[in-house]
Design a protein around this ligand. Structure first.
Ligand code: PRX
Length: 661
């Protein structure tokens, strides 16, 4: 609907206030509607005006945009701020250096406790420029894709920003991924340049990242150069392809002309798992992504200028991209880079860090909270946490026990806990308890309220929108927003098929959700064959793929099961080929090794059950629904078994499961 002029004036006024971070809403001209809720309504009903005003105010443009949005969800077409030109690194660095070069941009909480290092905005800009020049000198051009395989550290952030500075896209691969997984992502992204470190250090253990890159290179013939930074003092073998990064950076100029980028040029690719097929390289672009990361960072966490923001995610995941790097830096925040683990050298690590670095917002994953809860309150109480203002949770559902502990013990009952729901695909937080009103009620374990401009709907199995409350359905978004992914690299059809085909005209998230009587959202979990292990997303099909490569294996089925710490664990059913005679324990070890080697350690099955056959439908489809119920020991819930080819298969599976436990 068109706004009348009085309402529009109030609306514009409010946007400007929001932009200036004034947190009181004056409902001038909006009688009968409560403050922030009204603005949220307007951000959806007049999303163009809302995003245009925020984009003009929040981002620094070299050329203003002429079209706010050009989107058609039915075709998977998403374009924001066309005509606009800007540079993301200028928005994250130069504009803050201009006003306060001495402000700390990064605090690198290194693995060794108490050895943190601080980098000002001026220093980070210098690092980024030297690296940008170095990449340019070595032929990296606008539009190229650079793969970054590094732990969370300042040079990794500088690498991302250096790519942004010269107009190259980055493809950060989580440093826990194996050589095979890395190689697959390098090949798919068609990268000819890789940036890595000699070794990583995490939880007191050294990981041989450069060696992993060397192995990956055997199947990546297109890679021309590998930049190697030194995280430890240990030299590694350098080949003709390898370039000593720090040494070469020193030779470069500290000024690097930023590339003038179009709003819709690619900023980065980030691979994530789907329910079928290979991991997909989701594509995020410049202006819309940055704006959305910045705005959500500011409002979801009630970030204020001068706060120290501590998101403990790895930069290899979207949480690291949006809330370690881009959101905080766009807002001129001091952001923490956490290199260690929650229990190294002891379970007080996070809270010691909160005290030492004076962290104001702490953002972590439920799996770590569940782990720490088991060690007891004394590890938390030892440290001063009075600087904390907001506690965030991300990546998986947070159970009530963990939520209560986080709130009562970590936050002393005085810090709001914000359970934030979003995905690699959404670019930033979409549902969170306090996207706006800092005093809004919070219900434990609920993501609750959609962010500005987000219009969630629930769908029934017929594909109809569920309009009532107190109902559950497939979570979709009825409107585009600037932060959403634009495509899957080299496979736009898969993008359409996965996200826009299931419910035409809507973006389908793959998650189910419940909407309460009050209209609050609670995420109920994935509706597809994607599982979430310690907050790491993995397609069960990817694990099956590896297991099936074992010559002894005829077929397999992998499902997730509830795990008290990891959220979900991996449970594999394996059928051996006829005539194979092996020790099951030996084969289990071999299969675990294969999964670690081909994907990553976290994907390795917790349980492997050998079975004579799997329950299948008459048309030969494995009935995963039945397997999921068996591993949850929910035999009551097995449901309709009438389509089973041979009901005896289920009994065998149940018996095998009981034996394994
Ligand atoms: O199932 C949802 C779960 O994590 C998936 C997205 O994973 P990824 O792309 O790796 O991004 C994780 C970090 C944003 C979602 O489809 N998920 C994420 N946040 C929550 C969640 N499930 C429940 N509650 C959440 N707060």
């Amino acid at each position: 609907p068109k706004l009348n002029s009085k309402l529009f004036k109030a609306f514009k006024c409010e946007i400007i206030k929001i932009c200036r971070c004034k947190l009181t809403y004056v409902a001038a001209g909006l009688e009968g509607v409560s403050g922030r809720a009204a603005l949220r309504e307007l951000s959806v009903s007049n999303s163009e005006s809302f995003w245009a005003a925020v984009a003009r105010h929040r981002l620094c443009w070299s050329t203003p945009f002429h079209t706010v949005q050009d989107c058609d969800l039915s075709r998977g077409k998403i374009k924001w701020f066309e005509g606009g030109k800007l540079n993301v690194s200028v928005n994250c660095l130069d504009r803050h250096v201009h006003t306060c070069p001495e402000r700390v941009a990064l605090i690198w909480e290194r693995d060794e406790r108490g050895s943190e290092m601080k980098y000002t905005y001026g220093e980070l800009l210098e690092m980024t420029c030297r690296l940008g020049n170095l990449l340019r000198r070595h032929g990296v051009k606008r539009g190229d894709c650079v793969t970054i395989y590094m732990p969370t550290c300042p040079l990794a952030v500088a690498s991302m920003l250096a790519c942004a500075r010269i107009g190259a896209a980055h493809n950060v691969v989580f440093a826990g991924f194996s050589a095979d997984a890395l190689a697959e992502r390098i090949r798919d992204a068609q990268s000819s340049t890789v940036i890595t470190v000699n070794q990583g250090v995490r939880g007191g253990k050294v990981t041989e990242l450069k060696k992993t890159v060397d192995t990956a290179m055997q199947s990546c013939p297109t890679v021309k150069q590998v930049f190697v930074a030194m995280r430890t003092d240990n030299p590694v073998t350098m080949t003709a392809r390898d370039i000593a990064m720090e040494e070469e950076m020193l030779k470069e100029d500290v000024v690097c002309e930023p590339a003038v980028m179009n709003s819709e040029d690619v900023l980065f690719l980030l691979y994530t798992s789907g329910s079928t097929g290979k991991p997909k390289g989701l594509v995020h672009t410049q202006a819309g992504y940055l704006l959305y990361a910045a705005l959500t960072h500011r409002y979801v966490f009630s970030y204020h200028d001068g706060d120290v923001f501590g998101c403990v995610a790895d930069i290899g995941w979207i949480t690291g991209h949006s809330y370690v790097v881009y959101g905080p830096l766009a807002n001129g925040a001091t952001t923490v880079l956490f290199e260690s683990t929650p229990i190294y050298p002891d379970p007080g690590r996070y809270w010691d860090m909160v005290e030492r670095l004076k962290i104001n917002q702490f953002y972590g994953a439920p799996t770590a909270i569940r782990l720490l809860l088991k060690y007891g309150d004394q590890w938390v109480n030892k440290y001063d946490r009075s600087t904390l203002k907001t506690l965030g949770s991300v990546g998986e559902p947070i159970n009530t026990e963990a939520w209560e502990w986080y709130h009562r013990v970590v936050g002393d009952g005085r810090c709001p806990v914000v359970d934030t729901w979003w995905q690699t695909e959404t670019g930033g937080i979409c549902i969170a308890p306090r996207p706006s009103d800092p005093d809004a009620e919070i219900v434990p374990g609920m993501a609750m309220r959609p962010f500005f401009g987000i219009n969630p709907v629930l769908m029934d199995t017929e594909g109809e929108v569920l309009t009532s409350n107190n109902t559950s359905g497939a979570l979709c978004m009825a409107q585009p927003w600037p932060g959403m992914a634009r495509t899957i690299h080299n496979n736009h059809q898969r993008f359409i098929d996965t996200y826009f085909q299931p419910y035409p005209g809507y973006f389908f998230t793959g998650d189910g959700a419940y909407r309460s009587e009050e209209g609050y959202y609670q995420i109920t979990g994935r509706l597809d064959d994607v599982i979430n292990v310690s907050g790491h997303r993995i397609g069960t099909a990817e694990i099956e793929d590896v297991v099936n490569q074992c010559p002894a294996v005829a077929e397999s089925a992998v499902v997730g099961y509830t795990h008290s710490i990891k959220g979900q664990g991996v449970y594999a059913f394996v059928v051996l080929k006829k005539g194979i005679d092996v020790q099951e324990a030996d084969l289990s070890r071999q299969l675990n090794g294969m999964v670690s080697e081909k994907i990553a350690k976290y994907a390795s099955p917790d349980f492997i059950q050998f079975a004579k056959r799997l329950p299948k439908t008459r048309s030969g489809k494995i009935m995963r629904r039945v397997l999921r119920k068996v591993v949850e020991s929910d035999l009551e819930g097995l449901g309709d078994l009438s389509t089973l080819d041979d009901p005896a298969a289920v009994q065998e599976i149940i018996q095998g499961h009981e034996k394994l436990l």
